[in-house]
Design a binder for this molecule. Structure first.
Ligand SMILES: NC(=O)c1ccc[n+]([C@@H]2O[C@H](COP(=O)([O-])OP(=O)(O)OC[C@H]3O[C@@H](n4cnc5c(N)ncnc54)[C@H](OP(=O)(O)O)[C@@H]3O)[C@@H](O)[C@H]2O)c1
Length: 250
């Protein structure tokens, strides 16, 4: 069953780089109109232009999710582009953090990571899910992580933000599911984005222990998002789908 998203509008946060670009391309290839977002306008416009060149429709909206006024503006712009409630929201943007001992994490880093990875997701969903619920239809996919499932030394802050995303996914499934809005998460393991490839030495032991013995590609993560966003997942609510080469199973 292939995913057909023609006539639907999707906002993908953090679609100027990494996994978000693959998600935006995947949703656009399935026919969705895309709202591409992030802070970097040059990269964002390029992603939107590439989607348009391959026959899709996309607009870039610049937003810094650390700034709640930007979050509100993004929600309003996305609904303007959709001409009403959004059909699909992918909460993908996050601040990745270098492994750091807890006692050495600066207070500003704690505030910023919580603001971008949790507060913005909370606010954006609180703005966009109720109109979906009023209409009786919508799909939200959050990007969690295997880091939210397991303890890992040096990763306390990042892991906390991703565990929060898993928890929010379940709470929102309970809150919005009865109104026809499905909320699910994808939990990737190490994925071959530019930034993560730069951490190859740190990740090598983890990857060597995976049943698949290899990291995921952004396209493999995007395929899981596409599935959860589409009608093939019509009775899936509150799931956390691991795309991690089998790490969560062992
Ligand atoms: N890559 C992995 O191995 C991996 C593994 C598990 C989970 N994940 C999760 O997958 C998602 C995507 O990760 P990724 O590896 O693709 O990350 P990435 O390559 O660092 O890309 C992050 C995206 O988020 C945006 N972003 C960051 N801070 C932002 C802010 N303050 N305001 C608005 N946008 C912001 C960036 O855009 P701008 O720079 O333009 O703002 C960029 O588009 C994240 O939720 C991450 O936790 C990734």
């Amino acid at each position: 069953m292939s995913t057909d998203l023609r006539g639907r509008t999707a906002l993908v946060t953090g679609s100027t780089d990494g996994i978000g670009v693959a998600i935006a391309r995947g949703l656009a290839a399935a026919g969705a109109r895309l709202v591409v977002s992030g802070r970097n306008a040059q990269r964002g416009e390029k992603v939107a232009a590439a989607i348009a060149e391959s026959g899709g429709a996309a607009e870039f909206v610049r937003a810094d999710l650390a700034d709640s006024a930007d979050v509100r503006r993004l929600a309003a712009e996305a609904q303007r582009i959709a001409g009403g409630p959004l059909d699909i929201l992918v909460n993908n943007a996050a601040m990745l953090l270098d492994p750091t001992p807890t006692a050495e994490v600066a207070e500003e880093t704690i505030d910023r990571a919580l603001a971008v990875n949790v507060r913005a997701v909370f606010l954006l969903t609180g703005l966009l899910a109720p109109p979906m619920a009023d209409r009786g239809r919508g799909a939200i996919v959050n990007l969690g992580s295997i880091s939210g499932l397991f303890g890992s030394s040096g990763s306390a802050l990042y892991s906390t933000t991703k565990a929060a995303i898993h928890s929010l996914t379940k709470s929102w499934a309970a809150e919005y599911g009865p109104s026809g809005v499905r909320v699910n998460a994808v939990a990737p393991g190490p994925t071959t984005t530019e930034k993560v490839q730069a951490m190859a030495d740190y990740l090598a032991p983890l990857i060597a222990g995976l049943p698949s013995r290899r990291p995921s590609t952004p396209e493999e993560v995007a395929a899981a998002v596409l599935f959860l966003a589409g009608d093939a997942a019509s009775n899936i609510h509150g799931a956390i789908l691991s795309v991690d080469g089998g790490r969560a199973a062992i």
